[in-house]
Structures are given as C-alpha cells and as structure tokens.
Design a protein around this ligand. Structure first.
Ligand code: SAH
Ligand code: MG
Length: 218
C-alpha cells in the first residue's frame, strides 16, 4: 500500500462484523478502504461519505474509521437496489425484498449490521437518490467512496455530484474499477480515468478498489 496512506487495520471485532455482513467487498479491498478512510479523516477532521450502502458491509469499515478519527460516516442509498440486484438479475437476493411493497429494501439489513457491530452512533444513513442528496449538500468531505450504481449515468452522476465536495487533499475512492472489460463493467473505470484527467492522482490499487487524492490541479 502507498506510503501516502496510514498503515492502520480495523480492530478484530470490526473486521469480523465486516466479514459477517451481506455485501460485495473482499477483505483486502476492505482493508485498503479502511486505511484510506482513517488517513483522510485524521488529516482533515471532516466526515466520510459513501455512495452505495446496500446492507452496510463497507459502511462498517467507514463507521469504524470515523469512530477512530472522531468524525462521522455518511452513507447514501435509496435502498431499492441497483439494476443488477433486481429480480431475475445476476445479483438478486430474494431475502432482501420487502414482501409488503414487493420491492428491494436493504435498509433493515443495513441497520441490523451496524447495530450488531456497535457502530450505529458513528454513521448517518441518507436515504434517497445520490444526485438529489448531492445537490443539497454543502459541506467539505474528507473522503468520497463511489460504490453505487454501475451504469454510466449513475457512476458519472456520483462523481459529478460528490467529487466537488471533497476537501483539498481529500481522497476519492472508486470501487469496481476494471480496466479489462472481460472482468466487469466499464463505468467505474471511466470515472477513474476522468478523475485522473481532472487532476486527481492515484494513491493505491487493491483489487478493483482505487484510491485517488485530490490535488491542487483538481
Ligand atoms: N458498498 C456495498 C455495496 C453497494 S451495492 C457493500 O460494501 O456491500 C450498490 C448500491 O447502490 C445498491 O444498494 C443500490 O441501491 C445503490 N444505488 C444505485 N444507484 C443509486 C443512486 N442513484 N442513488 C442512491 N443509491 C444508489
Ligand atoms: Mg462495489
């Protein structure tokens, strides 16, 4: 990992809660996300923000990093699932459908995950569409973690909506970056390339997780 990031690891019980949580992040990427979050929060004292809460797997780590640094983790999701999580699609989990309304609802599972981890106090859930919340947002952030929808519309919307709120020296983290189309969809990769072109610099690569730093040029 880059020497621009603190080499900090989450406590054993935090890691256990992360591993037990429903979601889409391997441990090595989670450790890189945690290190980036602690680094950014300690450097700036500002909040951390995630787009793509799902059931709280990565949010456990951001909440633990926020606790460590004395700040707050914010996590944005409409909790109705991405395209590929809908019934009939590859990543659908039928246990996450609200039987009364017949739609996905990942909010209850998220709340249970954070409660079980003892981290509820350190996270604020923002329930709604990312661009809508971004348009209302008016504070600088230590870190923006883009892990929401994987279409170009959603990934670009997340970048355009939230990257401008990053503090100078803040960290931008993008998940599911696959330079080779054989490995996965290209929208997060295109966001990553755009961030580089707009003056962000790469700090670390762990699996599909890229950490970038905002520079004076960005
Ligand atoms: N970070 C999670 C995985 C996120 S999956 C983990 O660690 O497991 C992607 C999530 O993004 C889904 O829950 C979906 O509901 C949400 N999402 C997709 N597009 C969105 C949008 N435009 N606004 C808010 N949330 C969105
Ligand atoms: Mg992801």
């Amino acid at each position: 990992m880059s020497d621009l990031l603190e080499s900090v690891r989450p406590a054993a019980e935090v890691l256990a809660a992360f591993e037990a949580a429903t979601g889409f992040m391997p441990v090595d990427e989670g450790l890189a996300l945690y290190a980036a979050a602690v680094t950014a929060a300690q450097r700036t004292g500002l909040p951390l923000l995630e787009i793509g809460t799902y059931c709280g797997r990565s949010a456990v780590l951001l909440a633990a990093a926020a606790r460590e640094a004395g700040t707050t983790a914010l996590t944005v999701d409409h909790h109705r699932g991405s395209e590929e999580q809908q019934p009939g699609w590859e990543y659908h989990d039928p246990t996450l459908v609200d039987p009364e309304v017949g739609l996905m609802d990942t909010l209850p599972r998220f709340r249970r995950t954070l409660h079980a981890a003892g981290l509820e106090e350190h996270v604020v859930a923002l329930v709604g569409r990312s661009p809508r919340i971004a348009a209302l947002w008016g504070r600088p952030l230590a870190l923006v973690f883009i892990d929401g929808g994987h279409t170009d519309e959603h990934a670009t919307g997340d970048y355009e909506g939230w990257a401008p709120h990053l503090a100078p020296d803040g960290l931008l983290v993008v998940h599911d970056v696959f330079p080779d189309p054989a490995d996965g969809g290209q929208a997060p990769y295109r966001v990553f390339l755009r961030a580089l072109a707009e003056g962000f610099e790469e700090v670390s690569v762990t699996g599909s997780l890229r950490v970038l730093r905002r520079t004076a040029a960005s």
